[in-house]
Design a protein around this ligand. Structure first.
Ligand code: 4AD
Ligand code: MG
Length: 467
């Protein structure tokens, strides 16, 4: 008999008909008169209950249907009398596909996330990770749908690249050499002086520079792919390999850019509320009791739009009124997460789009404002979210060849690497801008999970890259 997914079985009202389900046993409760097997196949957070009359089955076989085992069950779909479920299956046949003994690490309920991270290969079978992964999938679909609806083209940028978009020198080197032939220093550490077929290349930190080539030809593009940062950040917000969404649009200014950022995030959150109801209800119950309320709250209000200089004034005022920060506040500093949190969670109590940052704390490509040389600002935007901090970083790009060139020289960025990028400003240059959304940070917000390692199937961090 053909298998029906449990998500469809639970929606079906074909009572009295036979169905076949396959999945992994969540629990098996047995008594003399009746056994209940809760089965899950990953298609939904909800289990289907299989009601078994033990006298009709081999006792030894029933004993082997333990938590984690994989089985196939057929039986009659009936309306359920039990609370919280509409239907159940009265078993006619049971077949064990794969046994699961009591060494199964995911057996115990309420495992710590730390233990689950050590079992990243199996944690996907738990309720929490099932919910997070289905939401992750839904957010990817929402993102493609949003840009498709708005006339953006999905544009693929290279993962192996010779340019350092953010200029932070946090790039993983790519080499064509066999791992065992790499040169080593006297301590046995590998010397990365090597190349990609004769050229020094790295894994990309951002598809933006190539994305600008796309936008200045196709009008509006977006990328959605993995990016890599060789930074030694061991925080609940950083990964060495994360997915980024980078729209880039011709003919927009700073206000258009902020409108796009806000509209896009709200679209994704609305999508989750409409399409991930069961998984969100589960996470709301088990992980974060204010999750759905917070998601709905984001949709209600406009985000605050706050120039950096005004933000510093608010922080200085707070210090005057007795607020204690670990890092002192002064114009020109990069905001620490305590400052961002204060603005978003205590002062405004809603998301903040901060703009017009000092030039020296932002990347070389941002459009410069016509302010004083000492307090020169650029049209960068960071979207700061409650609980998350920076969820988006973006900017209007400097379109003037001369200004961009002067900035590249001021920062001593090697020119030979930038000739193709400069050509966008040499030939038919245009106002344009874009942003990067950290996919996992969006998932953190939408799921209420606390640690970025728990919203990607196989996290890469300085301390974890086992699989
Ligand atoms: O602010 P970032 O570094 O900006 C860029 O890369 C621009 N080139 C984007 C653009 O304008 N097209 O990174 C963008 C976002 C951050 O706001 C954050 O959400 C996420 O990427 N991000 C990380 N997420 C997880 N782990 C890390 N190590 C991250 N670094 C940045
Ligand atoms: Mg940033």
């Amino acid at each position: 008999m053909k298998r029906t997914k449990i998500v469809d079985v639970l929606k079906s009202t074909d009572f009295g008909k036979d169905v076949c389900v396959k999945g992994w046993v969540r629990t098996h409760r047995s008594s003399k008169a009746v056994d209940f097997i809760a089965l899950n196949d990953g298609s939904t957070i909800n289990n289907v209950q299989i009601v078994v009359n033990p006298s009709q089955f081999d006792e030894e076989m029933l004993k082997q249907i333990t938590t984690g085992a994989c089985i196939c069950a057929t039986g009659i779909l009936v309306e359920s009398l039990g609370a919280g479920q509409s239907s159940e299956i009265q078993a006619k046949t049971l077949e064990i596909y794969g046994l699961c003994d009591n060494t199964y690490p995911m057996q115990k309920k309420g495992q710590s996330f730390e233990v689950m991270r050590k079992n990243a290969h199996l944690r996907l079978r738990t309720n929490t990770f099932g919910a997070v992964m289905r939401i992750r999938h839904n957010m990817a679909i929402a993102i493609h749908q949003y840009f498709h609806e708005h006339g953006f083209f999905y544009f693929h940028t290279p993962l192996i690249t010779a340019s350092d978009c953010e200029g932070a020198g946090q790039m993983f080197q790519v080499t064509t050499k066999n791992l065992y032939d790499l040169k080593k220093d006297e301590n046995g550490s590998i010397i990365y002086d090597d190349d990609f077929f004769g050229k020094q290349t790295s894994l990309t930190v951002s598809g933006q520079l190539e994305g600008e080539l796309g936008a200045t030809a196709l009008g509006a593009i977006y990328t959605f792919g993995p990016t890599f940062r060789a930074e030694n950040s061991n925080t609940p917000r950083h990964l060495a390999e994360f997915w980024m969404i980078e729209p880039e649009v011709a003919f927009i200014d700073l206000n258009d850019l902020m409108d796009l950022e806000e509209d896009f995030i709200k679209y994704c959150v609305r999508w989750a509320l409409e399409n991930c109801k069961d998984d969100l209800a589960f996470l709301n119950k088990m992980i974060d009791k204010t999750l759905i309320e917070r998601l709905e709250g984001i949709l209600k209000d406009s985000f605050v739009r706050l120039p950096y200089t005004k933000g510093i004034e608010i922080l200085e005022e707070a210090v005057k009124n007795g607020k204690k920060f670990e890092f002192p506040v002064s114009w020109g500093m990069d905001l620490a997460s305590e400052h961002e949190r204060f603005l978003v969670e205590e002062h405004f109590k809603k998301p903040v789009i901060m703009t017009d940052y000092p030039r020296d704390i932002k990347a070389f490509y941002m459009k410069q404002n016509n302010d004083s040389e000492e307090r020169r600002t650029v049209q960068g935007t960071d979207v700061l979210f409650p609980q998350i901090g920076e969820i988006i970083g973006g900017s209007v790009r400097e379109e003037s060849y001369d200004k961009l060139m002067a900035e590249i020289e001021r920062r001593q960025i090697p020119m030979k690497d930038m000739w193709w990028y400069l050509d966008t400003r040499r030939y038919g240059s245009c106002p344009h801008g874009g942003f990067g959304l950290g996919f996992e940070r969006l998932i953190l917000f939408v799921t209420g999970m606390q640690n970025i390692r728990d919203v990607i199937p196989f996290p890469r961090t300085p301390k974890t890259a086992d699989f």
